[in-house]
Design a protein around this ligand. Structure first.
Ligand SMILES: N[C@@H](CCC(=O)N[C@@H](CS)C(=O)NCC(=O)O)C(=O)O
Length: 272
């Protein structure tokens, strides 16, 4: 089927110019652009996400540590089928099921694997999200957003989450090491956690990458699939939400591997 009317994609509003910055909406934008589908973005201020989703009739899909549910984006409404979906992974599966003439995001027989990979990648990057401390929230809502986040985690103020000095530097080193472990998935080497991206292990990592430099930067080399967009979404979040010099630092890690992946996805970052 081809979509007759544009799909409505609900994304979180940034400051001007409006652009995607949060990782899960990035997954959906990448998916829509990859499939070449016609869509338009509805930008939603973060404090309004719950009321918009309630109006659309989708349930809250995340829970706080105390069990309280809360609403998130992305969400999607497809006027051609009247379907409304409020989760990035479910949106990807729906798009594959419905728009079979466009390239497939999740290849047959890999749905469970991709779901597990999605959770794994979210967990990995979320651990270091404090380093993305320049989220481009609009000034009109920034204070409300900061209060919302602080309240969720029992802090008195958003400032309590901010890292500085040695603690921040330590987190950078840990993040680089964690990505050094993760890059093994791309090098197609063993998954055992032996931390080869330690100071003494760097040469091992480089040796193991030999032979993969010439192929594309995706998990399967030249062939892009949804799993690559999941990682790409987190990299796009880092670019949008880190200090430029911090993002430049990430770009140098693992011999520039993440920069190569992010740059390869540039044609799919169009905002419609
Ligand atoms: N499982 C959901 C998670 C979506 C999610 O966590 N979205 C975040 C942005 S990346 C959000 O909307 N957060 C709003 C908030 O924290 O209030 C999905 O994949 O769509």
């Amino acid at each position: 089927m081809t979509s007759s009317k544009p799909i409505i994609f609900y994304d979180i509003a940034s400051n001007q110019p409006l652009r995607t910055f949060a990782p899960n909406p990035w997954k959906t934008r990448y998916a829509l652009n990859f499939k070449g589908l016609s869509y338009q973005t509805k930008w939603i201020d973060m404090p309004d996400i719950a009321s918009v989703r309630e109006k659309l009739g989708v349930a809250a899909n995340r829970t706080l540590p105390d069990g309280t549910p809360y609403h998130t984006l992305p969400a999607m409404q497809d006027p051609s089928t009247e379907k409304v979906i409020g989760d990035s992974f479910e949106i990807a599966l729906y798009l594959d099921r419905t728009y079979t003439d466009s390239p497939r995001l999740v290849h047959p027989g890999t749905t469970g694997l991709t779901a597990a990979f999605n959770a794994q990648v979210d967990g990995l990057f979320t651990k270091y999200v404090a380093l993305a401390d320049q989220m481009p929230h609009d000034a009109r809502v920034a204070e409300k957003v900061n209060d919302m986040i602080a309240k969720r985690f029992g802090a008195t103020a958003y400032e309590d989450f901010k890292l500085s000095g040695e603690a921040r530097e330590k987190m950078f080193v840990q993040f680089e090491n964690a990505l050094g472990e993760f890059v093994k998935a791309y090098y197609h080497v063993g998954g055992t956690t032996d931390y080869f991206w330690s100071e003494t292990g760097t040469a091992v990592a480089q040796a193991q990458n030999r032979g993969r430099e010439e192929s594309g930067p995706y998990l399967e080399g030249d062939e892009l699939m949804y799993a690559d967009l999941i990682v790409g979404a987190w990299l796009a979040m880092l670019e949008a939400s880190m200090k430029p010099e911090d993002w430049q630092r990430v770009r140098t890690w693992q011999d520039g591997f993440w920069a190569r992946l992010h740059d390869a996805l540039a044609p799919l970052r169009e905002i419609k």
